[in-house]
Design a protein around this ligand. Structure first.
Ligand code: NAP
Length: 308
């Protein structure tokens, strides 16, 4: 089958189209999926650069791709939830940039009928991460104030919608055309992080969800109320600043399963959460797709179209 491989660590020059063996079911709880669309996540680029080798080591050659949408081809003996022909989304962790991919049954869910394959794959990491940060860890409740840093990105856009559906008060940071996007998603206030100072415009926040990291992260402590939470999906926040501002501050690594996707998928099925696909590329254009995402200013998810 056709797949994308990294044969070395480095820039997008190491991204190659390869012919490799089609994966086969090895465990009774696995599902083999014909991939129709695969997401391009920032993680794929971090793994390619080799900067994750201490935290999440990978062996070369490596087929990237953490989540896909496609059609079930075969199932392990213990799988009763899915059958060949079902249209599904799945967390693959790796191997998604390929014509076929394997996933554990606990990481597979039915594709919402009102979405295309490219829209469906764009949801997986986003709503799974939003669920972890906002609700499982952040315990966001109706009426609370949440600030979403990097709200026009793939994950942030899902967070805005899920927080609004939970009737939280949402303050979002974005720039450029992302400002209009997050307004259209229902954010109560939008701060243009390039021209406005969030430490002046936001205060008494219950929960900050940091999807941007970077040198601006320290400012996020200042907008929290005492006892509030700063949860970052990008870099671990400073323990010293957490102590200084009397807040909880942690890095969250989302552990996405079919269970953690269920609330978000319900909203999608009810038409209350819309997938945002920024741009699609063919599988063979994976290097260009990664460069497009790396360049910044992307609103929503970059997606690879595989078998159509
Ligand atoms: N820990 C986990 O489990 C987990 C899960 C998913 C994602 N992640 C990580 O979370 C990050 C975001 O992922 P993503 O898929 O949402 O990426 P993305 O689509 O590239 O979004 C990142 C967003 O951050 C914005 N941004 C950059 N600098 C900013 C600043 N100083 N202030 C406010 N916003 C800023 C960008 O806006 P502009 O383009 O306008 O600059 C962009 O909209 C990545 O680092 C990814 O690896 C971690």
């Amino acid at each position: 089958m056709k797949a994308i491989q990294y044969k070395a660590f480095g820039n997008s020059d190491v991204v190659e189209v390869a012919e490799i063996s089609q994966p086969e079911i090895r465990n009774e709880d696995e599902v083999l999926i014909q991939v129709k669309a695969a997401s391009v996540n920032p993680l794929d680029i971090k793994l390619r650069n080799g900067i994750m080798q201490t935290m999440r080591p990978v062996n070369l050659p490596f087929v990237p791709g953490a989540d896909v949408a496609g059609v079930v081809i075969a199932t392990g003996d213990r799988v009763i939830q899915f059958k060949a022909g079902d249209q599904v989304i799945a967390v693959t962790r790796e191997g998604g940039y390929a014509e076929y991919a394997l996933a554990n049954v606990n990481h597979v869910a039915l594709k919402p009928a009102n979405t295309s394959f490219e829209e469906a794959t764009s949801l997986v990491v986003n709503i799974g991460t939003a669920q972890s940060v906002l609700f499982n860890e952040g315990k966001l409740a109706k009426g609370q104030k949440v600030l979403i840093q990097g709200a026009a990105g793939a994950t942030g856009a899902a967070m805005v919608q899920m927080a609004k559906n939970a009737r939280a008060y949402v303050i979002a940071t974005a720039s450029g055309k992302g400002v209009a996007l997050v307004k259209s998603l229902g954010a109560d206030e939008v701060i243009d992080y390039r021209s406005e100072d969030l430490t002046v415009l936001a205060k008494d926040i219950d929960l900050v969800a940091d999807c941007a990291g970077g040198e601006f992260q320290h400012k996020l402590f200042e907008v929290l109320k005492p006892g509030g939470k700063l949860l970052s999906i990008v870099i671990p926040p400073s323990a010293e600043l957490a102590e200084k501002y009397q807040v909880e501050a942690r890095f969250i690594s989302s552990n996405i399963s079919a269970n953690s996707l269920s609330d978000g998928l319900l909203l999608v099925n009810e038409g209350k959460l819309r997938p945002i696909v920024a741009k699609t590329f063919r599988l063979e254009e994976a290097a260009q797709a990664q460069d497009y995402l790396s360049a910044g200013g992307v609103n929503g998810k970059v997606v690879l179209l595989v078998a159509q």
